[in-house]
Design a protein around this ligand. Structure first.
Ligand code: PAF
Length: 277
C-alpha cells in the first residue's frame, strides 16, 4: 500500500484508473471501517482510503484536537485489507488557504437531526468529501449507514452536482450486544460501555412498536427517550423519519419506508445510531 500525502502525487498515482472505489475516513479505524473497505473491493478496483481529521466539521465545543489519531495502527489495518493507496493529506495540503468555497446542503436536510445539534457539521462534511472526491476521482464511494444522515446528504450532493461517483451504503457493524461500532466507543468507561447497548435496544423497541402498527410516532419517540433518560442518558433526539428525505412521516405516508434515528449522550460521550424499519 502506498501512503500518499500530496494531491499532486495522488493524481500521478491514480492516472488511468477508472474503477476506483473510495472510502473516506477520519482514521482511528475499527472493524466497521474495515467492513467498508471490503464492500469497496466488491464494487471497484483499486480501493483507495483516506484519513483526514476534518477541522471544518467540528463545532467550537467539539474537541478537534482530542480526536484520536492512530495513523501507524491504521496503516497496518489497511495494509491487511489490500488497500492500494492511503491518501493521508496534512491540513496544509488539503486546506493551503482558508477554505472559503464551501458546499451547503439544503436546510431541510442539513439542519435537522444531527444538523440541529451540530450546526455547520454537514457543511464541513460535504466540503471535505467534495474535495477528497475531486482528488481521488472515484467511480464509487462507500459510506456507512451508521451515519445515516451523512450518507443521504453525500448521496444527494453527488447527484445534484452530477459527480461521476456512485455512493454505496454499507450496513452498520455491531458488537455482539448490539452496540454499533464507533470511534467514540473508546471514550466510554467500563460502566458506560456496559450501558451503551441500551441505545440500540431503544431503537429496536421503536421499530417493533411501529411494525406492530403504532403510528403515534411522537409518543413512541417520547417513550424511547424517557426510557433512556431514566437510565441516566441525555437524549438529543429519537425520531422516526421517512428514509427518502428524513422528514417526519405524515398521514399520506403509510407505505413509505421508515428509519428511526437517535443521538444521546452517555456521560461525556455522544453516541448516534439508527435502524431501518
Ligand atoms: O464519517 C466520517 O468519518 C467523516 O464524516 C468523513 C465522511 C470522512 C468526512 O470527514
Amino acid at each position: 500500500m502506498k501512503v500518499i500525502s500530496s494531491i499532486h502525487e495522488l493524481r500521478d498515482q491514480m492516472r488511468g484508473q477508472n474503477r476506483t472505489a473510495f472510502v473516506p475516513t477520519m482514521g482511528n479505524l475499527h472493524d466497521g471501517h474495515l467492513s467498508l473497505m471490503r464492500l469497496a473491493r466488491q464494487h471497484g478496483d483499486p480501493v483507495v482510503a483516506s484519513i483526514f481529521v476534518n477541522r471544518l466539521q467540528f463545532g467550537p465545543n467539539e474537541d478537534f484536537e482530542k480526536y484520536p489519531r492512530t495513523l501507524e495502527a491504521d496503516i497496518d489495518k489497511l495494509q491487511k485489507e489490500n488497500v492500494y493507496v492511503l491518501f493521508a493529506p496534512t491540513e496544509k495540503e488539503l486546506y493551503p488557504q482558508p477554505q472559503e468555497y464551501r458546499v451547503h446542503p439544503p436546510h431541510d436536510l442539513g439542519d435537522i437531526l444531527e444538523g440541529e445539534f451540530r450546526p455547520g457539521f454537514f457543511q464541513g462534511v460535504c466540503t471535505v468529501v467534495m474535495k477528497l472526491m475531486s482528488c481521488v476521482q472515484p467511480r464509487v464511494a462507500v459510506f456507512g449507514k451508521k451515519d445515516y444522515q451523512q450518507l443521504m446528504i453525500v448521496r444527494q450532493m453527488c447527484d445534484q452536482f452530477a459527480l461521476p461517483t456512485e455512493v454505496i451504503a454499507a450496513e452498520t457493524v455491531r458488537d455482539a450486544d448490539g452496540l454499533a461500532l464507533s470511534s467514540r466507543n473508546r471514550f466510554l468507561s467500563p460502566d458506560e460501555r456496559a450501558e451503551a447497548p441500551a441505545l440500540a435496544a431503544a431503537l429496536n423497541r421503536v421499530r417493533d412498536a411501529v411494525l406492530a402498527g403504532n403510528r403515534d410516532f411522537a409518543s413512541v419517540e417520547k417513550d424511547a427517550m424517557d426510557s433512556l433518560a431514566v437510565r441516566g442518558w441525555k437524549p438529543d433526539y429519537i425520531a422516526v423519519r421517512k428514509r427518502s428525505n428524513l422528514l417526519p412521516p405524515g398521514a399520506a405516508d403509510a407505505d413509505a419506508p421508515l428509519v428511526v434515528l437517535a443521538a444521546a449522550k452517555l456521560g461525556a460521550t455522544r453516541l448516534i445510531d439508527n435502524l431501518e424499519i
